[in-house]
Write a protein that binds this ligand. Structure first.
Ligand SMILES: Nc1ncnc2c1ncn2[C@@H]1O[C@H](COP(=O)(O)OP(=O)(O)O)[C@@H](O)[C@H]1O
Ligand SMILES: [Mg+2]
Length: 226
């Protein structure tokens, strides 16, 4: 992914005030070799950047590409197609799950929505993905009866099952105990190993970033931090 000179301005609620940009000429470049981290204090623009990357938030100037695809120009059917190739994970996995359906039904639901696989192939993909995320023993359990960590692993599995090209994780470990945090991060690294998607993780939790490529939002720019 490559962003050149992004500028994003939200209009100020009172018309008399000048609009201060959230991003001004922000540029960055990411590759899918390792998960990429975006850090920045609360309110610095992490979630907005994800919305821009998802094509859901227009920009005022600049350009942003995923490989050759100009995200800032996406419209209509191309935009829909792009959106269905994204995975999204945040601190509220329950938002994206059907709590009264089983683990297996939740996974199948995503395949039916976002892939063209037939039943037999879907079945195979469900088993393979459930194994990867260590939820194979939970396939027949209703999502509502999962623990917090299991629910997050299911949400990762539901995202990965249709082979997205880009996965955005918005504060995926906030408000978790250390053990569950560790589990989630292990699953994210595993995702990076097993699948070919570009993974971007926004966080203000410095304990999870390790030696991975990291970008910091400072003073309306996005700087390479390590
Ligand atoms: N739709 C919007 N209209 C106006 N201001 C917004 C909108 N969305 C976000 N903001 C503002 O942009 C800033 C960055 O928000 P956000 O991207 O959620 O930050 P972060 O995720 O880093 O905490 C905040 O000051 C927020 O209030
Ligand atoms: Mg946020």
């Amino acid at each position: 992914m490559k962003a050149n000179e992004l500028t994003k301005i939200f209009p100020h609620p009172s018309k008399d005030d000048t609009n201060i940009p959230l991003f001004a000429n922000a540029s960055f470049e990411m590759t899918s070799d390792q998960p990429n981290f975006i850090i920045g204090v609360s309110g610095s623009g992490k979630t907005t950047l994800f919305r821009i990357i998802s094509s859901l938030e227009p920009i005022n100037a600049g350009e942003i590409f995923l490989n050759e695809l100009a995200i800032h120009h996406l419209k209509g059917r191309n935009k829909t197609k792009y959106l269905s190739s994204l995975g999204f994970i945040d601190q509220f996995p329950a938002k994206y799950l059907s709590l009264l359906l089983t683990v297996k039904q939740n996974m199948d639901y995503n395949l039916i929505l976002y892939s063209s696989l037939q039943k037999e192939e879907r079945e195979k993909r469900i088993l393979e993905t459930a194994r990867n995320f260590e939820i194979l023993h939970l396939l027949e359990r209703k999502a509502i009866h999962l623990s917090g960590g299991e629910m997050r692993r299911l949400s990762l599995a539901c995202n990965m099952i249709y082979n997205p090209s880009l996965i955005l994780c918005d504060e995926p470990t906030s408000q978790l105990d250390d053990k569950t945090k560790e589990l989630i991060m292990q699953s994210i690294y595993k995702m990076n190993e097993l699948y070919d998607a570009l993974i971007i993780i926004a966080t203000h939790d410095m304990s999870i970033i390790g030696k991975n490529p990291t970008f910091k939002i400072v003073e309306r720019r996005i700087e390479k931090w390590q």
